[in-house]
Design a protein around this ligand. Structure first.
Ligand SMILES: Cc1ncc(COP(=O)(O)O)c(C=O)c1O
Length: 367
């Protein structure tokens, strides 16, 4: 027996007929970039989330970058981000010409530590990017309170958390924008790169639509420097079909996570918390264990897929050497990078497979 980390081919199998039909439709419209299918997908996505506007862009990274452009940041302006995260989150702040300010994370969840957010605010701080890491919601009520108090824009990174909620409200609807990635392995994944920005503000929506098309205002004029960041129609076609079962596939992942948690109840590991409110949708099921590197080797030997999100905190990435951070600056993130490991949790994972993975991990932890 073996267990892969993902099985995308099988995940798409029962949808294939529908997907092909929709793709044929794209060919008929002859609109391969933006166009009617993208508009339809945007409007369905917006209504699923309960916001006015959804703007399709070509990646989650661009969703964040275009959102930051709304703030007209200057080099001295600071944007607070979690130091335990994907590279994009820091990269985009620098690419719009502002300064990222790293803060440490909660040692149990890996989410941005809200007490440290407040401590990091200076007179130059303009925004904060909460990352709903692994699919788990940051406490958006507390964060919005901090943001109001210090007049900060909140840009939510929902790349791992499509369909997740906090206090009954969808993630991505608390901030000035909510940013989503449709990278193929995300809870709502396309068949290439893709992303989406949610916003309730009409002016922001108009400006974001402009940014994604080079700053174009009409057939003649471009009044701001923009990007080529448009969602393509084939992605929209596939995502429209897959969106129909997002809630079910998220529910299935939560069930898989629940199975693991029961199995590991007595084990020497930090487990993710599960509640009955979709506040964690388990884009990743991530444990913390002391002998992580040995566990990774052991699982690979047993042909069990696993992954490390993330092996190095942002402040220690060579591309940020110029900030002159050093080891020890963000101890919680540094610890997590040594302890986290994600197990297969995808929808369609068979019960025997989960049991096989869980038993292997348990045997390792007991040994
Ligand atoms: C937390 C987080 N933010 C942003 C992104 C960027 O998304 P994309 O790959 O669609 O640019 C990712 C991608 O993995 C991510 O994990």
């Amino acid at each position: 027996m073996k267990a892969p980390f993902f099985r995308l081919k099988e995940q798409h199998h029962h949808l294939m007929e529908n997907i092909i039909k929709k793709i044929e439709n794209v060919f008929e419209t002859e609109r391969f970039i933006l166009g009617p299918l993208v508009e339809k997908f945007e409007s369905r996505f917006a209504s699923m989330m309960g916001v006015k506007h959804a703007i399709g862009v070509n990646s989650g990274t661009d969703a964040l970058m275009l959102s930051l452009r709304l703030l007209d940041l200057q080099p001295e302006n600071e944007v607070i981000i979690p130091v335990f995260s994907y590279i994009s989150v820091a990269e985009v702040v620098l690419r719009v010409g502002a300064t990222p300010v790293f803060v440490d994370v909660d040692p149990m969840t890996g989410l941005i530590d809200l007490s440290k957010v407040e401590a990091a605010v200076t007179e130059n701080t303009r925004a904060v990017i909460p990352v709903h890491l692994y699919g788990k919601a940051v406490n958006m009520i507390s964060l919005m309170e901090i943001a109001r108090k210090h007049n900060l824009a909140v840009i939510e990174d929902c790349s791992h958390a499509t369909g997740a909620q906090f206090h009954g409200r969808k993630l991505g609807t608390y901030g000035i924008t909510g940013c989503f990635s449709f990278y193929p392995t995300m809870n709502l994944g396309g068949v290439g790169d893709g992303g989406m920005i949610l916003t309730d503000h009409d002016e922001y929506a108009a400006r974001l639509r402009k940014f994604r098309e080079h700053g174009r205002i009409d057939n003649v004029y471009y009044d701001e420097i923009g990007y080529n960041s448009r969602l393509d129609a084939i992605q929209a076609a596939v995502l429209t079909v897959k969106m129909e079962e997002l809630e079910d596939s998220n529910a299935e992942k939560i069930e898989n996570a629940r199975f693991y948690n029961k199995y590991f109840a007595e084990a020497n590991a930090v487990l993710p918390e599960i509640q009955d409110d979709f506040s964690h949708v388990f884009n990743m099921y991530t444990l913390q264990v002391a002998q992580r590197d040995a566990l990774e080797i052991y699982l690979k030997e047993k042909k069990i897929g696993c992954a490390i999100y993330y092996p190095l905190p942002l402040h220690l990435q060579p591309c940020f050497d110029f900030f002159e951070y050093k080891e020890g600056d963000f101890p919680q993130a540094e610890q997590l990078c040594k302890r986290v490991i994600s197990l297969p949790v995808f929808p369609g994972l068979k019960r025997q497979e989960i049991q096989f993975v869980a038993q292997a991990v348990l045997d390792f932890l007991k040994a």
